[in-house]
Design a protein around this ligand. Structure first.
Ligand SMILES: *Cc1c(COP(=O)(O)O)cnc(C)c1O
Length: 353
């Protein structure tokens, strides 16, 4: 049986969080002499002399409207990276607990585990990049606190079978974190509407991909209010800065523009996949539900180096298990995609000589 109290680290359970000046006051006031800010102002035009809202109420309300999720189920981090780190620090005891990841997958789950001294167990995906549930369940023991699921998965680009994820949610007493960084490019349904059904579900999304705001560093975690409250207790009080909050609010008014970009990127992804499929020496273009494609091409490492000489940088994944000779290629603008295809044609001509 899932019991969140068994999962939270004892020190976090007992933690009395920092209470900021802005936490203790929430009414109408004209004179703010409570936070040792510079009352004279700042070199910038806005009110950047004031600490930002530690709970990001306005941003969460706007996200709530766009996503159809109540604000108390939303946590905001300084990128998904901060959400990942906080999940370790809230739920995993260093040098005692373990987590399971399913490679090939996003590198930060393991790096962040290493930083926090948490053991990482690996249930390699199957040949068709799906969960190996039997292997996965064999790795789980009473010290397993989290299972990381990335869907659509990076670097493979595919979505994981929903039934498999549901199976895990139903049978695992720890937290199942479903990282949906690329969900906007997918035909699959998000897990975000399933929070009421699964108390052990955490869904992560980000402003870095479909929203086009990687520079703002804004990641989202959606979960039960109990889980969200624990994350809030541990986060740095002002983890989302004022500029990011203001700009995210503006962006959230432009959902239509974002949807247009998503459609365009998906069309270009499908077109680029077809072009690659026709190319000699390309052995496989993996089906993608994301804004990138994974391409298996002969001599991937050399293709990578050749592209660099043309000023084009893609992601070399050829050393990654199950990704031999694979390059991960982000969908660019029309011009960038054309430049890429032209460069690879040049490479192929060179091979013929
Ligand atoms: C890009 C990416 C993210 C986003 O991380 P941010 O810190 O929010 O920029 C998260 N998860 C995966 C799998 C990604 O590929």
């Amino acid at each position: 049986m899932f019991d969140l109290n068994n999962l939270v680290r004892a020190n976090i359970q007992k933690l009395v969080p920092y209470s900021s000046a802005r936490d203790e006051f929430s009414g109408e006031a004209k004179v703010f002499l409570d936070a040792n800010e510079n009352s004279l102002g700042s070199p910038l035009s806005k009110w950047y002399n004031r600490y930002p809202d530690p709970h990001q109420h306005k941003v969460k309300d706007a996200i709530s409207t766009v996503k159809g999720i109540a604000p108390e189920h939303i946590f905001l981090g300084n990128g998904s990276d901060e959400c990942i780190d906080l999940l370790y620090r809230c739920f995993c005891n260093p040098s005692t607990d373990n987590v399971v990841i399913c490679p090939p997958t996003y590198g930060m789950y393991e790096v962040s585990a290493n930083i926090n001294d948490i053991e990482v167990r690996k249930a390699l995906l199957t040949e068709d990049f799906q969960l190996d549930l039997v292997h996965l369940e064999n790795l789980i023991d009473e010290k397993t606190k989290l299972v990381w699921i990335c869907s659509p998965n990076n670097p493979t680009g595919n979505s994981l079978n929903r039934n498999d994820i549901e199976m895990l949610l139903n049978n695992f007493d720890g937290l199942v974190v479903v990282d949906e960084a690329y969900i906007n490019f997918s035909k699959q349904k998000s897990f975000i509407q399933e929070l009421a059904e699964y108390p052990n579900l955490v869904v992560m999304q980000t402003f870095s991909k479909a929203w086009g705001l990687a520079a703002l560093r804004l990641g989202m975690a959606f979960a039960s209010t109990e889980i969200i409250n624990i994350l809030n207790k541990v986060k740095p009080p002002y983890n989302i800065n004022q500029a990011t909050q203001e700009l995210a609010l503006k962006a959230l008014e432009e959902v239509g523009q974002v949807n247009d970009m998503i459609h365009l990127l998906v069309d270009m992804r499908n077109a680029l996949s077809e072009v690659f499929e026709q190319m000699p020496t390309v052995e496989k273009v993996y089906p993608s539900d994301a804004n990138f494609i994974l391409v298996k091409i002969q001599n991937a490492r050399k293709v990578y180096a050749f592209l660099l000489t043309k000023g084009i940088v893609v992601r070399d994944r050829s050393n990654v298990k199950l990704c031999d000779d694979c390059l991960r290629i982000t969908i660019g603008t029309e011009e960038e995609n054309t430049a890429l295809v032209d460069a690879i044609q040049d490479w192929l001509l060179k091979q013929d000589k």
